[in-house]
Write a protein that binds this ligand. Structure first.
Ligand code: SAM
Length: 291
């Protein structure tokens, strides 16, 4: 019978057979632990009616498990040296498509149209390259793809920021952006020993349940995200000082105070204390005032 890819022995065999060497610059830390793979795949709520999009399949450890669980799997890999390896090890799984490309550059709408024709919904499942975690997740969310959820291994510190609630030092513009599109849930933290080679940061698996509609309604989304960014521009400054720097010129103090008062926000508060509802109200009042 077949031997699973995600074991230390089979991984070393595949790497040795193909003379593969790890590229640190591509965030290549491969999974060699079946238990952690089970946790990731279980969290994605896949079944034989679902599609799975994997980013960075490596030598296919996770891809293989996805192929056994979902109806259709598409895996996007940037490293050309891995494409023939993936074609070899994944040959037993006709429901897998390997796409060679940079996930930040490929046309995901087109991939969804071509590859996920016959599935109910799609989950993104990945052990992400840590150097591009945030751009990848923001691209997936901003494109409003028909996603059920996103289950990804990322740096623990980034997972904590995504799931952070108002009031703590981990709460910032990333928390608000992620929580606008999703409900985050930490699945587990992960020790270094499940990877080869071992990364030098702590890791965690996070599940982002994609919302049908955002938790707040704003007049202008781009403006909302800009206000959030501005509010955290200098974390030690008050909301009034951060907004003044971005939206009001000298002498705009009164106008600024009127905006904050109408939005029901004390000028002495800091961005990190504002809920997503408060940011939404602030964004709308500010937009109306600046028209
Ligand atoms: N999924 C495999 C596993 O769990 O063993 C490999 C995970 S490894 C952390 C990240 C993978 O993403 C590598 O295979 C790397 O080559 C690939 N990668 C890095 N940047 C990428 C990008 N911009 N687009 C697509 N794949 C990328």
């Amino acid at each position: 019978s077949r031997v699973d890819i995600a074991t230390p022995k089979r991984t070393k065999d595949i790497i040795g057979k193909h003379g593969f060497s790890f590229k640190k610059s591509l965030g290549q830390n491969f999974l060699i632990d079946m238990n952690i793979l089970s946790k990731i795949v279980d969290a994605a709520d896949l079944d034989e009616t679902m599609g799975a999009l994997e980013i960075g399949p490596g030598i296919g450890a996770l891809t293989e498990r996805l192929a056994q669980t979902a109806k259709q799997v598409t895996a996007v890999e940037i490293d050309p040296r891995l494409i023939p390896i993936l074609q070899d090890v994944l040959a037993p799984y006709p429901n897998v498509q390997v796409v060679h490309g940079d996930v930040l550059k490929v046309d995901l709408q087109e991939i969804f149209k071509q590859n996920f024709t016959d599935v109910r919904k799609v989950s993104v499942v990945a052990n992400l390259p840590y150097y591009v975690t945030t751009p990848i997740l923001m691209k997936l969310l901003e494109e409003r793809l028909p996603l059920q959820n996103i289950v990804v291994m990322i740096q623990k510190e980034v997972a904590d920021r995504m799931a952070a609630r108002p009031g703590g030092k981990e709460y910032g513009s990333l928390s608000v952006a992620v929580q606008y599109y999703c409900e985050p849930e930490l699945v587990c933290t992960v020790t270094h020993t499940v990877f080869i080679p071992q990364p030098n940061v702590e890791s965690a698996v996070i599940k982002l349940k994609v919302r049908e509609v955002p938790p707040v309604k704003v007049a202008d989304e781009a403006h909302f995200f800009q206000v959030v960014q501005a509010s955290f521009a200098q974390r030690r400054k008050t909301i009034a000082n951060n907004l003044k720097a971005r939206y009001f010129n000298e002498g705009g103090r009164e106008a600024l105070e009127a905006v904050l008062s109408e939005a029901g926000i004390e000028p002495s508060r800091r961005g990190e204390t504002l809920s997503i509802e408060e940011f939404a109200r602030l964004s709308d009042v500010l937009l109306a005032a600046n028209r």
